[in-house]
Design a protein around this ligand. Structure first.
Ligand SMILES: [Zn+2]
Length: 337
């Protein structure tokens, strides 16, 4: 695969040779009802996996990411940059199975209007989409269900390491049980796939226990996540949320000095935008002198009409970073009181 096979809805779609293997298996299964039905089942199956991935892709694109869809031997996946917020991640992941259930309803409705081969194809389309949607919702990493569980748990438990442990444990148990059930029913392909996924979840679980460095990385991921959330809230003008996320980030023990500086900066500017001048001043005073912070301090002192503090501020080196007009205004105010 050196380039995408095609681009759909602005999303590049790559197709691995292995994808045709799963389609061939689908053909073998449907072939009993004739060649035409076999071909129709393959088209419907491929279309349904593609629609699932395009569900992920379209939502991630709407949320400002650059997705790519890859169809593989296991169905497919949609890769993109990390989502900006847990809610975005949740929506992107949920859109895949949701797409299958919408298609299943579509096929069911179309099936009632048709007969013969078309009705048969609609019935298979409905079955494939129900099975594919439910299969992907199993709480096993890296299936969508596992990702949704992890995102949800990280929100509830707030300790990424513990949330991941619970997620992988669920993957081992559910994956093992469903795999065993499928194998006893003779569904070899699904059983082997899920058995492998359960093993992988077990491996990840062990890796979490023996690798304390990963623990640290996870802790730190939480800080970065909060900083990203603060930044995103600030950019959309939700200053209250920006302040809340900044305070949460500040409470994290893994915050680095440069991240703390970043937090004070967001707090100072967000407070200023909200007109909470005392807060803005307090945060700005903790930061190294900069033109930005000098402007926040000057605006706060003007808004508060605090002459004595303005006089003190004008005597500091930070005041040198102000434009002349601001200095003159502050000086006038200081003189007036
Ligand atoms: Zn998916």
């Amino acid at each position: 695969m050196t380039r995408p096979l095609f681009v759909l809805l602005g999303i590049p779609v790559w197709v691995s040779g292995w994808h045709f293997l799963i389609l061939a298996m689908l053909f073998m299964w449907a072939f009993n009802h004739g060649v035409a039905f076999g071909i129709a089942a393959v088209l419907v199956g491929s279309f349904s996996t593609l629609a699932h991935e395009l569900g992920h892709g379209t939502v991630s694109k709407l949320l400002g990411l650059e997705p790519e869809v890859v169809l593989t031997g296991f169905g497919g996946f949609c890769r993109h940059q990390p989502a900006q917020r847990p809610l975005h991640e949740f929506l992107i992941v949920a859109a895949g199975p949701a797409m299958n259930f919408v298609l299943a309803i579509g096929f069911a409705i179309a099936g009632t209007q048709a007969d013969g081969l078309v009705a048969l194809v609609c019935n298979v389309g409905m079955q494939i989409n129900v099975i594919w949607g439910l299969y992907n919702l199993l709480p096993i990493m890296p299936l969508d269900g596992g990702m949704l569980l992890r995102t949800g748990l990280r929100k509830v438990i707030r300790t990424p390491l513990r949330a991941d442990r619970v997620t992988y444990r669920a993957g081992v148990i559910v994956g093992g049980l469903v795999a065993a059930w499928m194998l006893t029913r003779g569904w070899m392909f699904g059983g082997i796939m899920l058995g492998m996924a359960a093993l992988e979840n077990w491996r990840m679980l062990k890796a979490l226990d023996v690798d304390p460095a990963r623990h640290e990385t996870d802790k730190h991921a939480r800080v970065r996540e909060l900083l990203d959330q603060a930044r995103a809230a600030f950019d959309t003008g939700d200053y209250d949320a920006a302040i809340r996320f900044s305070h949460q980030a500040r409470a994290e023990p893994w915050l680095s000095q440069s991240e703390l500086t970043h937090v004070w900066h967001v707090l100072a500017v967000a407070s200023a935008r909200l007109g909470e001048w005392e807060d803005a001043l307090r945060y700005a005073e903790r930061l190294p002198a900069s033109a930005d912070m000098a402007a926040v301090q000057a605006a706060a002192l003007m808004a508060l009409g605090d002459g004595p503090r303005a006089r003190k501020f004008l005597a500091t080196p930070t005041a040198l970073l102000l434009p002349e007009t601001s200095v003159a205004q502050l000086r006038d105010m200081a003189r007036g009181t």
